[in-house]
Design a protein around this ligand. Structure first.
Ligand code: AP5
Ligand code: MG
Length: 218
């Protein structure tokens, strides 16, 4: 049997990582691991982790690595087959820790998929985004609204705006991406794992490019 896919998604806020991750999860039967979603769930449930993470997230800064790495390793261990990491790693130390932990388990990454998108387009997408509070499905009031306003098509949950979507915070998140996360494109390119996808286009167009970029792996 083919080795299950173990993927990392890279890209600036608004690039469509969460949107395309959902499709990949359904298509390949992978476990989704989104650090942003895990943090938001903890914030909603009022856990210690959530309280700690909230101040960083609302400022557009990264949550400290000591917390994030352990959380991801736990999620990976709970996913015995293939998985898709959306939002992790986000800097070189996180990528090195991930590499070490996966090597120790004999489960190396299959590929790192990088979504390339102009920052102004990313800003506009984030400004229009609304997210289901229950199942985290993303919508967009400009491009992809739910059938009934404020209600999730998939689970009927309430659709809300994230608390880290003010213009200032999004600008900071884009800066953090440029400074800390963009260097990972070279990190994974040096390892022969990088696959780049043009993320400008409709969801279906981008999904087609993702499928093409992964065609030899599935
Ligand atoms: P996280 O939740 O990971 O946010 P992000 O990386 O900033 O990315 P987004 O979720 O904003 O964008 P996306 O690429 O998923 O786009 P989406 O599919 O929603 O992280 C949030 C925070 O948590 C961080 O700032 C940090 O504080 C913390 N954190 C998370 N991971 C961490 C880590 N590893 N270490 C430390 N801290 C961490 O799409 C965006 C919008 O566009 C949607 O409305 C969607 O409907 C729409 N859309 C998508 N595709 C298209 C398309 N093709 N055309 C038109 N519209 C589209
Ligand atoms: Mg996301």
């Amino acid at each position: 049997m083919a080795d299950p896919l173990r993927l990392v998604l890279l890209g600036p806020p608004g690039a469509g990582k969460g949107t395309q991750a959902r499709r990949l999860v359904e298509r390949f039967g992978l476990d989704p691991i989104s650090t942003g979603d895990i943090f938001r769930r903890n914030i909603q449930e009022g856990t210690d982790l959530g309280r700690m993470a909230k101040s960083f997230i609302d400022a557009g800064e990264l949550v400290p690595d000591e917390v994030t790495v352990g959380m991801v390793v736990e999620a990976v261990d709970a996913a015995p087959g293939g998985f898709i990491l959306d939002g992790f790693p986000r800097n070189v130390p996180q990528a090195e820790a991930l590499e070490r932990e996966l090597a120790a388990r004999g489960r190396p990454l299959s590929a790192a998929l990088a979504f390339l998108l102009d920052e102004e387009v990313a800003m506009k997408r984030v400004a229009g985004r609304r997210t289901c509070q229950r199942c985290q499905t993303p919508y967009n009031v400009f491009f992809d609204p739910p059938r009934v306003e404020g209600v999730c098509d998939r689970c009927g949950g309430p659709i809300v705006q994230r608390t880290d979507e003010g213009e200032e915070t999004v600008r900071r998140r884009l800066e953090v991406y440029r400074e800390s996360t963009a260097p990972l494109l070279k990190f994974y390119s040096d390892q022969g794992l990088l696959r780049e996808v043009d993320a400008d286009g409709t969801e279906d167009e981008v999904a087609g490019r993702v499928a093409a970029a992964l065609a030899d792996l599935g």
